[in-house]
Design a protein around this ligand. Structure first.
Ligand code: PEP
Length: 253
């Protein structure tokens, strides 16, 4: 398989460093809304680690899953303030976002760090959502596809499978800015990523989900999700309100 056409999409929400206990009302509302909505995608919310268990609690009985944001590469040890993939799993997480551009920029994470974190997720038995994407300067310099190639080579650990790995294409300049690539640009990037995944992962590459992320909203979700080799969305700002997030999920009705 090389095209990824039969892949079940995933719509994932990244809350980033937002939310205290009161915010749990949003996934509760979302679960209620989902009862009347038949969608063809899987759904995931990634709250801060402090809320994983609570969010999991309010989603009991719903098909919405809960993930974490980032993890340490080690399972345990002297790493004050860090959280391991095993701890996320223990809290109820089924996925973890690694390599987000905010981590790569703010914490100077390299591809090797990201690969080690993804490997940790696999070790713990959770799915790694590995983020890649070019900066505006790289896009302007016509380096988008080469940047994606080198991020894939460096950030996807050996032995990655479609069942434990999701790739999220997030152009850095589109995150939280309201700017998005054109559908043709998304298709070009995703088709290139698919080709590189086929090279890196063999058969598994054709089955691996490739999410688009960067200023996805209810008003542009259907168009962005229609691009070739897009198997869902990674959503930041618009995942914080159930009313917005459901609008994106409905792109897959
Ligand atoms: C993100 O940070 O993963 C993201 C896609 O953010 P936003 O949807 O707000 O652009």
């Amino acid at each position: 398989m090389t095209e990824g056409t039969t892949i079940k999409p995933l719509v994932a929400g990244n809350w980033k460093m937002n939310g205290t206990t009161a915010m749990v009302r949003e996934p509760r509302l979302l679960a209620g809304m989902m009862r009347d909505v038949k969608t063809k995608c899987d759904i995931l919310v990634c709250p801060p680690a402090t809320l994983i268990r609570r969010v999991k609690g309010v989603l009991k009985g719903s098909r919405i899953r809960v993930g974490g944001q980032d993890c340490h590469a080690a399972a345990s040890g002297a790493h004050t303030g860090d959280i391991s993939a095993e701890m996320l799993k223990d809290s109820g997480a089924t996925h973890v976002i690694v390599g987000h551009s905010e981590r790569r920029t703010n914490h100077k994470e390299t591809d090797a760090t990201v690969a080690a974190k993804a490997k940790a997720a696999h070790r713990a038995g959770i799915i790694a959502i590995i983020c890649i994407g070019e900066t505006l300067d790289e896009r302007k310099g016509d380096k988008t596809l080469s940047v994606l190639t080198s991020q894939i080579k460096g950030s996807i650990p050996e032995g990655a499978m479609a069942s434990n790995t999701v790739v999220a294409y997030e152009p850095v300049w589109a995150i939280g800015t309201g700017l998005t690539p054109t559908t043709a640009e998304v298709a070009e990037a995703h088709t290139h990523i698919r080709t590189e995944l086929n090279k890196a992962m063999g058969e598994e590459g054709g089955k691996t989900r490739i999410l688009y992320g960067g200023s996805v909203k209810p008003s542009n979700a259907t168009e962005l999700m229609s691009a070739a080799n897009v198997n869902g969305a990674l959503v930041g700002g618009a995942s914080l309100k159930a009313a917005d997030f459901i609008g994106i999920i409905k792109a897959y009705m």
